[in-house]
Design a protein around this ligand. Structure first.
Ligand code: GLU
Length: 512
């Protein structure tokens, strides 16, 4: 087998959707599995849709996921440039060869003329009017005009484009590694535009020329490109590049959580979860999106989750590190049907990764990614905090949402229990118990022993003091082991909190 060279070819038209990240992942896995090259190519020939910052966003997202291109803008490589806008002359040259061989032609029609042609076809009962073999001979192009007219228009027309000449009566077979043979009839295909009036190539032309020149072995991309594949095969034929034509693999769609329709960029806001890898600041709030990263996902978990959106290893194993994915991943195990986006599953993966990570790793991650919260916190404190919380969170952001009280004053107390259970007697016990606890070495085990001793001596139950200690120091009944929490918070904080809690609890009951 010749060298595996695969490319991820996003258009910088906005932030990279999570579906794009999955395409990048599958492409990356194939590259690594076969010791090939993972190429990043920026397809920026559509000037109207170019969005500043999108290329940087794509690169940062790939880096966050650990998928570093072997070749690409800023990554080097012998097949550059890797930005299509920097390859204009190449496309012009190749488009001309198609004109010379009669596989393509110039067209000069204005938008209005094309519109009239479409309306006429509709009136004749054609539901899908096209610029194709049946209509081209009534249009303004180098097939219908004289040589002189053509050379005149080439100098003066603002509408000059190049179209592929698709002849009717043939069948085009696209051999897809996931879908098998997909057949198209050429009379159903239009004469695709190859070069636009602004001098830029269309996606179709640029994509084929680049895949050829960059010696791409496999084209791995979303299902939405399958209909274009027929034109792509025609283009390979037109250039006489059929022998080295890459293999195609069109990936299944990613569906909305209810399975009804394609997951869209707006679904994130609608369902309250991220559909982008990282935060994106758009020009206005509707165009700004939260990312998996900022939502609290680990990149390793994100990748594991994405790998399963359309693929499975055929056994029960779900947790796959990147090396295991590289080993197990296979294009032939990709499913044909759409994959439902299940955010709960994503959270489950994340939870598994957090539980598996060691405390040092988690503390470092928190410090690095949430410096505004954890930047000034002692590492040993953060590591212990990580160990207490890691079994109780799904996302990195949950560490703070659920355990903020380790770092800030309590915002809210679970008052229901206080209202129903707090009384003078219990207030008395807590007041007497606190100095005993504080006089211990304040190791979790010691605090526990002191508490047990007090309970025994006073012939009361755990329920007479434990809930109030817990709510007093954290505001909530949920949370890690009480004694571990107290040990980590330290004497000073615990003393202050419990003193304040007694006053607060008394007030709550007095207001009843
Ligand atoms: N530029 C196309 C996109 O944005 C690439 C499709 C392909 O991989 O051929 O998805």
């Amino acid at each position: 087998m010749s060298k595996v060279r695969v490319r991820f070819a996003p258009s910088p038209t906005g932030p990279l959707h999570i579906g794009g990240v999955r395409t990048a992942l599958y492409t990356y896995l194939i590259a690594k599995k076969y010791h090939g090259d993972f190429i990043l190519r920026i397809e920026d020939t559509d000037l109207n849709r170019f969005v500043p910052g999108a290329e940087e966003y794509i690169i940062k997202s790939l880096e966050w996921c650990g998928m570093i291109p072997d070749e690409g803008p800023g990554f080097g490589g012998a097949f550059g440039p890797y930005r299509q806008s920097e390859r204009k002359e190449i496309y012009e040259k190749y488009a001309k060869t198609l004109i010379e061989s009669g596989k393509a032609y110039y067209a000069f029609d204005s938008i209005e003329e094309i519109e009239t042609m479409r309306e006429n076809q509709i009136q004749e009962g054609n539901k899908a009017p096209k610029y194709d073999y049946s209509s081209r001979m009534s249009m303004k192009n180098s097939l219908t005009l004289t040589e002189n007219e053509v050379s005149d228009l080439l100098k003066n027309s603002e509408n000059t484009i190049i179209r592929l000449k698709v002849n009717p009566g043939n069948e085009i077979v696209v051999n897809d590694l996931i879908r098998g043979e997909v057949t198209f009839k050429t009379e159903e295909l239009d004469d695709k535009v190859l070069m636009k009036a602004d001098g830029m190539p269309t996606y179709h032309l640029a994509n084929i020329i680049d895949d050829h020149l960059m010696e791409v072995s496999h084209v791995i991309r979303g299902e939405e490109w399958l209909p274009s594949a027929a034109h792509h095969v025609l283009l390979y034929k037109a250039f006489n590049w059929e022998e080295t034509m890459p293999a195609f693999a069109h990936l299944p769609l990613i569906l909305k959580p209810d399975g009804k329709g394609k997951l869209s960029k707006r679904d994130g806001a609608k369902f309250g979860f991220p559909v982008f890898p990282m935060n994106w600041e758009g020009e206005n709030p509707e165009d700004s999106f939260i990312g998996f990263k900022e939502f609290g996902f680990d990149p390793k978990a994100t990748i594991n989750f994405l790998a399963f959106l359309g693929w499975n290893p055929g056994n029960e194993q779900e947790l796959f590190g990147i090396e295991e994915l590289i080993e197990s991943f296979n294009l032939s195990q990709i499913v044909k049907s759409g994959a439902r986006f299940d955010i709960d599953k994503a959270k489950w993966f994340n939870q598994q990764y957090i539980i598996k990570s060691d405390d040092v790793e988690i503390a470092a991650y928190l410090k690095l990614n949430y410096p505004e919260i954890y930047g000034g916190i002692q590492t040993s404190f953060l590591e212990k905090f990580a160990s207490l919380m890691k079994e109780r969170v799904e996302l990195y952001t949950d560490f703070f949402t659920s355990g903020y009280y380790f770092f800030e004053d309590i915002k809210e107390f679970e008052e229901k229990i206080i209202r129903s259970k707090w009384n003078e007697n219990r207030a008395g016990h807590l007041t007497k118990l606190i100095p005993n606890l504080l006089n211990s070495s304040f190791q979790p085990g010691e605090i526990k022993l002191e508490l047990e001793k007090y309970i025994k001596e006073n012939e009361i139950g755990f329920g007479d003091v434990m809930p109030f200690l817990r709510i007093g120091i954290s505001g909530t009944m949920k949370g890690p082991d009480l004694f571990e929490m107290m040990g980590l918070m330290g004497k000073e904080m615990v003393e202050k909190r419990l003193d304040e809690a007694i006053i607060h609890f008394n007030n709550v009951v007095a207001d009843k």
